[in-house]
Design a protein around this ligand. Sequence first.
Ligand code: SAH
Length: 350
Amino acid sequence: MKFFFDYERPELAESFHPSFRATQIYKSVYQRWFDDFELMSDLPKALRTELAAEWDIKLPPVHRRFDSIDGTKRYLVRLADGELAETVFLPEEHRNTVCISSQIGCALACTFCLTGQLGLTRNLTAGEILTQALIAQRENIAWEARDSFNIVLMGMGEPLHNYDNVMKAIRILHDEQGMNMSMSRITLSTAGLLPAIERLGTEPMIPNLAISLTGATNEKRNQLMPINRRYPIEQLLEAVRRFPLKHRQRVTFEYVLLKGLTDSPEDALHLVKLLKGMRAKVNLIPFNEAEEVPYKRPSEAVIERFQQILEDHHINAFVRKNRGNDISAACGQLKKKWADETEIASFKER
Ligand code: SAH
């Protein structure tokens, strides 16, 4: 069986005859949410049977769902080979965000990130990436409001390490005959794979770019994010400065606040210096603590002081709310798939 969601419309047009069938089926799957060819009454009966034998158009099943008291939901999506992809749905007043994974595990080994401890198991396919968003959308958003959500590639994995599949997933989500998602609603977050950032800048369709910085000097960043030894800060920021931006678009810098390590006024001033003159905004992420890593979250006063220094220097800085912490859905906590049995006891479970 071929997984329908792994294919772009031009590819499908080569498989289906006559080729307009590709668009017809694409619309049924992505716009009408049909998951069975029998529902497609605009197709001849014999063709429906034929297609059903060849194409899988069902979304992957949810192995487990965890509900946080703050409304956040974490999904473990079961993939064909039994691996579990982690997806987080974050409801907000004016928009919803779906955080999706691009890999099982991650190869980058950032010292403060739990996914980083896993190593890389495998890349996700385009269909495995984008169906995570469809699952969260269809489970949580009313039909009338179905387009009111953003996608962030900030789950497990380094999206730019799985470049081709991630870009393919983005193109499929963007296809006007399908989900028709605007690029402005998709954000790709990277730890700083410099050549891939440059390649991304040459794509016909470019999502929003977020860079995980977290150290504002090479010394600190080398310690926390090994990728920095290959692509040091100055080179990374040079590439970001060259990155093409649309009118009023800005690059987001994510900066994890680690107590005593990245949270001092001096660190903030280093950051100010780095970002000077850039069309940038900063997302400060107070560290989400976990037993497995020794770091601590700074106090509220220290977080505020850091933010204030950035604002004083005319850099927009937002403090990211800590959401879904009670279900291990907060930033950097995605890894606990095997701990479910014990972990689950105290959580509301479907
Ligand atoms: N590999 C990509 C996307 C996944 S990580 C990247 O690095 O951008 C998404 C964000 O979570 C990154 O900015 C990362 O620095 C942050 N993060 C990782 N572990 C964290 C933790 N324990 N607490 C807070 N943020 C964390």
